[in-house]
Write a protein of this length. Structure first.
Length: 147
């Protein structure tokens, strides 16, 4: 096994642990262990700072709005220390999210993200999510396109 593969496998393990234990179970001790204090989110969500504290706030907000929130990893790939993950998030909307009070609806949305892992810690993130699909599942529809 090449060194690059070993680095990639170790990075995938860190990102998978974050997805399963932090996002899926709300284990904040593991969050503090896995995230670098110098972390930078290159695609932060609106109203959230682009640092470690901002990500923790986002994760805690998701778990408050969707108490049964859980991720389903479809695949992961690594290029050295950069891990790309394609996953679906699932949950029941019980609390306020994106300014929308709890609806009791079961929802899911997809995301693709890339996380850099250095010395066992997540240092950078880039990602996109289908939040429009989520908002529509919560009962809000955009007007028909005029294109």
């Amino acid at each position: 096994m090449s060194n690059n593969s070993t680095v990639g496998d170790a990075a995938i393990a860190v990102v998978r642990r974050n997805t399963e234990e932090v996002q899926g179970k709300g284990d904040w001790k593991v969050f503090d262990e896995l995230w670098s204090d110098d972390f930078v989110d290159h695609t932060p969500q609106r109203g959230v700072t682009a640092d470690k504290a901002g990500v923790k706030m986002l994760y805690q907000g998701l778990r408050a709005a969707f108490p049964d929130f859980y991720p389903e990893i479809h695949w992961q790939a690594a290029a050295g220390d950069l891990v790309t993950t394609y996953k679906t998030y699932h949950g029941t909307h019980e609390g306020t999210f994106l300014g929308i009070p709890g609806t009791g609806r079961k929802v899911s949305f997809y995301t693709v993200d890339a996380m850099r892992v250095v010395d066992g810690k997540i240092t950078d993130h880039w990602g996109v999510a289908t939040l429009l699909d989520l908002v529509e599942q919560l009962g809000f529809e955009l007007p028909a396109s005029t294109l």
